[in-house]
Design a protein around this ligand. Structure first.
Ligand SMILES: [Zn+2]
Length: 872
């Protein structure tokens, strides 16, 4: 699964408490993700704690300080005991759209795992059980069952040994919308089965049905043993209205039209997989066909995206080839399909041979210009790699989730490295390292967590970003040949089974002959990361390199870190030394004929750590021009940003504006905002040129943002010209610049964009009208509302609220009623919050809103929203 970390909790953490807080959308717009080069500032973490025991012995002594990132104690989570195995599941399903029910018959083939059993307990959430029988029932031994709406306990009438299989047939009704609510930031809902626009009443939204099994929600739509250490083959017979396409795991083996105008599609998967990977999608899709080694590779898209499906998904066969070769294990499943669905509850999900994506992965031609690796192709790579790591070999319990997610996360790096080059790969590495380090401020957990409060909490920056970086270090330590040979052993030995972390360690140890207990222990079983302080001196033909580990070592280990150090001697010659950091304070002696120009620890940026290296500005400018790749350049641009008034450093930033890698140009632009250094006019000219002529839309947009930061903002003509740019991102940025540049006659060129299909641009226009609008734009807000997709309504409604303060109070009724309706009734908590904040904007000029807000607050049921309202 891939999640986009824009959950409500994350949003609430960033909410300003003022009435007219920021008017930005919380959800990343396509391609507008800012380039982040910031290393999070190390938090002052107190070191060398006194253990509790000595506190008791010396009451007046120092007191144990527990770090704020240490999670509270949580219950032990062993893997589920396997008493009975579900070996095959056959489902016959049809749907009641009006009630949003699934009407199903499940025929399950079961057998005791090892110990003989006289009963079986099935997960079945919120069903009506209409009939339950043993197939080929033996009259002498009648079965019976009890049901508590979560589990079915079936007494089998006699004892079965592991040599015996039996079949249960269960006729049931699944009622996903009548289940109690659950969910998390990663997977925002857990009802398993979703009816989208079931009665066709919502404008601009197709009718769809889809499922989401992970973690344990497949049992919301069929009875099973809903644990990742189960494995079953599967057949699903879906009866649907003839106009709809269906998609499920495995192959479509038959499709039969029924006399009542419906059609029954039979999907069968011959290879066993865990229940959480079962899927079913129904809707109006165009299917674009591709092929890999004779296996079908299909892209199911909404019909209007048929023309761009290949531009979005077309590299899938090449990826299948790349990963198959890299792992020495061919893509195993019968076909591979991908389908974007509406109102999806996460980023994407690796259902076996049939990945589900969120609808936003579908792009028009123009939107593709602003495409973004992380939310586009990286997601395709991530879910595909899961078909090996997760689907073919599965974590036996959610405690071992990194065995699925760390690999999928790392696949994004692998594809970037292979297809897009070392700089793009380094950007992935840096972004993901920072994602983890950000999370580590508030939470540090072992990757493998046998204790956790809720299994959904396993889907975090640890299981993904940290795990991916740990795999990268393992690869770099062992070398590519050993790393991929070990993965081959892990996959071939454990194919079709559920595993725990020890299996991965053994595969690496058996392949390489090395004892890797220490590596797996410090990186998978213990929490935290190293915080390194590095300095050096030079004397008598030696560099004395001091490396200190300054992290809290009571709650985190002292890490063993095999590292490289690059030393640039005279004449720009570089020598790489290997060192092994094992203690909290070590000094290494490295031979060097003369005082080095630069000493750089971890010159390839492989280490998962917070690194603080002492370097002079001269050494840093040397690093910029001599060190390898994106990360080392980006670091220098970050560290010297406050010195751009010095000529040499200013020249370095100007050189960075012409770097061959777009992300370096973006970072340079970011740090040239408010520039007051030498040759200001020449710098402005360079930036102006990038704003119109750079080939990458993100750079053009970045240049506009830098131009608008200058106090003598006189670039109105550039913003107006950028309204004509081919990129929506650049158009939207130009509108934002115009907001900050009053006096530019923008009304007519903006009116020409009134009917834009781009949501990013719509949001920018709404912000503009919130600032400068007149009654003339009121109908525009009302007319375009249905075109703003759900999470983006958060920003839209806030702009709308501020806009209404600009029109006469007598005109506002309709708008206030509309905001009230969404603030009370939207099923999406983001949207309710946005509408509420829109109403708050009206408070100073429409006092009657006060009692309305109070009433909405009183009726809100979401605890997080209630807490947030009480702060506003
Ligand atoms: Zn994943």
């Amino acid at each position: 699964m891939k999640f986009f970390f824009a959950g409500l909790t994350a949003l609430l953490l960033t909410l300003p408490t003022g009435v007219l807080g920021q008017l930005t959308a919380p959800v990343p717009l396509p391609a507008s993700k800012p380039i982040k080069a910031k290393k999070p500032a190390p938090r002052p973490v107190p070191r060398k704690k006194t253990p509790l025991a000595s506190v008791a012995a010396v009451p007046a002594g120092p007191v144990l300080t527990v770090p704020s990132w240490l999670p509270p104690d949580a219950p032990d989570r062993p893997a589920a005991a396997i008493l009975t195995e579900v070996t095959h599941t056959k489902l016959d399903v049809r749907f009641d759209y009006r009630k949003q029910y699934l009407l199903g018959t499940a025929t399950l083939t079961l057998r005791p795992h090892f110990f003989s059993q006289n009963q079986v307990v099935l997960d079945a959430k919120g069903f009506d059980i209409q009939k339950l029988e043993l197939v080929g029932a033996d009259k002498k031994h009648p079965i019976s069952y009890t049901y508590d709406k979560r589990q079915l306990t079936i007494l089998l009438g006699r004892t079965y040994t592991r040599a015996e299989t039996y079949q249960l047939r269960i006729q049931y009704v699944a009622k996903p919308n009548e289940l109690p609510l659950g969910g998390s930031d990663a997977i925002t809902s857990d009802k398993g089965l979703y009816f989208i626009n079931p009665l066709g009443l919502e404008k601009n939204k197709p009718r769809q049905i889809w499922t989401q099994g992970e973690t344990e929600s497949s049992s919301c739509w069929f009875p099973t043993i809903d644990k990742p250490n189960q494995r079953m083959t599967q057949e699903i017979n879906l009866t649907v209205e003839n106009q709809f396409k269906t998609l499920s795991n495995g192959l479509l083996v038959s499709s039969k039209e029924n006399p009542d105008g419906t059609r029954t599609d039979t999907w069968r998967q011959a290879l066993p997989h865990p229940p959480y990977l079962a899927t079913m999608v129904v809707g109006d899709f165009a299917v674009v066909h591709d092929d890999w080694c004779g296996k079908a590779v299909d892209y199911y898209v909404e019909p209007q995206y048929a023309g761009t499906a290949r531009a979005t998904f077309g590299r899938t066969p090449e990826m299948m080839e790349f990963y198959s070769k890299l792992l020495g294990v061919d893509y195993a499943w019968e076909k591979y399909a991908q389908v974007p669905v509406r109102d999806y509850v996460s980023g994407a999900m690796e259902n076996t041979s049939a990945t589900t994506h969120g609808a936003t992965i579908q792009r028009t031609r123009r939107e593709l210009l602003d495409d973004n690796y992380e939310t586009g192709e990286a997601t395709i790579a991530h879910e595909l790699f899961h078909q090996w790591f997760g689907d073919l070999v599965t974590c036996e319990s959610w405690s071992n989730l990194p065995l699925n997610e760390s690999f999928a996360d790392y696949s994004e790096y692998l594809w970037a490295e292979h297809k897009l080059g070392p700089d793009e790969a380094a950007l992935v590495q840096e972004t993901k390292l920072n994602n983890y380090l950000d999370e580590a401020h508030s939470k540090r957990e072992p990757l493998i967590r046998y204790r956790y409060a809720e299994r959904e909490a396993m889907f975090d920056r640890h299981s993904y970003d940290k795990g991916g970086r740990v795999l990268h270090m393992l690869r770099k330590m062992l070398g590519d040949e050993a790393f991929f040979a070990s993965l081959n052993r892990y996959l071939t030995r454990n194919r079709g089974t559920a595993v725990e972390i020890a299996k991965l360690r053994l595969a690496f140890e058996e392949t390489t002959g090395q004892d890797l207990q220490w590596f797996f222990s410090q990186w998978f079983m213990q929490r935290g990361h190293s915080e390194l302080k590095v300095s050096h001196t030079y004397a008598n033909g030696q560099v004395l390199l001091r490396v200190q580990q300054v992290q809290d070592t009571l709650f985190q280990p002292v890490f063993r870190l095999p590292l490289s150090v690059a030393v640039w001697g005279g004449n720009n010659l570089v020598t790489e030394h290997k060192i092994n950091v094992t203690r909290t304070d070590q000094t290494f002696r490295l031979p060097a004929a003369q005082r080095p120009q630069l000493v750089k620890l971890d010159p390839d940026g492989q280490l998962l750590a917070q690194l603080e290296e002492e370097r002079t500005p001269e050494e840093l400018t040397f690093q910029f021009s001599h060190a390898k790749g994106y990360q080392q350049k980006a670091e220098v641009l970050e560290l010297l940003q406050n010195k751009t008034n010095e000529l040499v450093i200013s020249m370095m930033y100007r050189a960075a504006l012409h770097d061959s890698f777009w992300a370096i140009r973006c970072i340079a632009l970011e740090h040239l905002r408010h520039y007051r250094g030498p040759e200001p006019e020449a710098v402005r000219r360079d930036i102006l040129r990038l704003a119109s002529a750079d080939p990458v839309p993100r750079v053009r947009a970045g240049a506009l943002r830098t131009l608008v930061s200058f106090s003598d903002n006189k670039f109105g003509a550039a913003y107006l010209a950028a309204l004509q740019d081919s990129s929506y991102l650049v158009n939207a940025t130009a509108v934002e610049c115009l907001i900050k540049t009053p006096g530019v006659p923008a009304r007519a060129p903006l009116a020409a964009l009134d009917d834009t299909p781009s949501v990013a641009l719509l949001l920018a226009l709404a912000s503009y009208h919130a600032q400068y609008g007149t009654l003339d734009q009121y109908p525009w807000f009302l007319r375009r509302l249905p075109d703003v997709s759900e999470p983006n309504l958060y920003g839209w409604f806030q702009s709308f609220g501020v806009f209404m303060t600009r029109i006469p109070p007598v005109e506002r009724d309709r708008g206030i009623r509309l905001l009230e309706d969404y603030a009370r009734n939207s099923p999406n908590s983001f949207v309710r919050l946005g509408a509420y904040r829109g109403l708050m904007a009206l408070l100073p000029t429409s006092p009657q809103v006060k009692s309305l807000l109070q009433n909405i607050r009183e009726h809100e049921t979401d605890e997080r929203l209630k807490a947030s309202y009480s702060l506003m």
